[in-house]
Each structure stands twice: as structure tokens, then as C-alpha cells.
Design a protein around this ligand. Sequence first.
Ligand SMILES: [Fe+2]
Ligand SMILES: [Fe+2]
Length: 167
Amino acid sequence: MGQKGREIVKMNVDELIGMLNKALSDEWLAYYQYWVGAKVVKGPMKDAVIAELTLHATEELSHAELIATRIVQLGGIPVLSPEEWLKITGCGYDAPIDPNVEKVLEQNIKGEQCAIKVYSHLLDLTREGDHVTYNIILTILSQEVEHEEDLDALREDLEMMLARRQQ
Ligand SMILES: [Fe+2]
Ligand SMILES: [Fe+2]
């Protein structure tokens, strides 16, 4: 990173890079969880759910892109091996072993809630110390909030539809 770019970061850069690498691992795992979830999901409203999961997968990948670019700018190295993802992840990985739509939605909602928590914390940490990272995290956090909202809306539609069927 250029000298001026470095000077304006007023926090421990190594610690920041460490936290960003954790988030980067979360994003790759979230990407795959959505991507493979879209391939296996079964049940009512399957098509709408597949479309949403696929869109989210793309957006998680774009988050990974944003974070990796910032890590490099800060003079760090983005996680080089997938083995590291599971070791340093903050939000983990929930394999869609049960492909039922309700279960897959629930797993991904849980993942989004974790992401929202992680990024809110990162926002607090960078607010004073690194405005560039702050801005990137704010963009990502806004999308994670949308993701949770979208999945929640799908779950609600599904519940209403199932309730109507039973009448
Ligand atoms: Fe994300
Ligand atoms: Fe997300």
C-alpha cells in the first residue's frame, strides 16, 4: 500500500488483517453453503428459494472479493488455502444435509445473523481507526441485512402457504 494510504490507518494493522481474513473465510463458506444449497434444496416454493440462494451466493463471493482486495491493500495476504477457512471461520459452515426448504432457509438465516453480528463488531472497531475498511464493511453489512430479510420473507411465505394447505 502507498505511504499515505498506510498513514491514515490508525489501528493495529496486523490485528485488522487477522479479522478480515476470518471474515474472508466466512464469506467463502457462506458462498459454498448457498451455492450447494441451491443445488440440493427440495420442497414447496423450491424455484423461488433456488433463485434467492443463487443470488446470495453471488453476493457472498463479491464480499470475498472486496475483503481480499482490502487485505492486499493493507499489506496482508488473503487466506491461501481452503483448509484455513474452517480453522479460522467465525460463523462456521452448516452443510445442507437435510435438503428440505424449511431447513435450508433456517440454516442460512442463522448464517446471516452471525454475519450481521461479525460485521457490526468490525464496524465498531474500524469506525475511528480505518475509514476505508469501515466503508467496505458498511456496504457488506447492508447486504447481509438484506439477505436475512429476504430469507425471512421466503420463510414467512412458505409458512402461510403450508398453513393454507392444511385448512
Ligand atoms: Fe457476505
Ligand atoms: Fe449474506
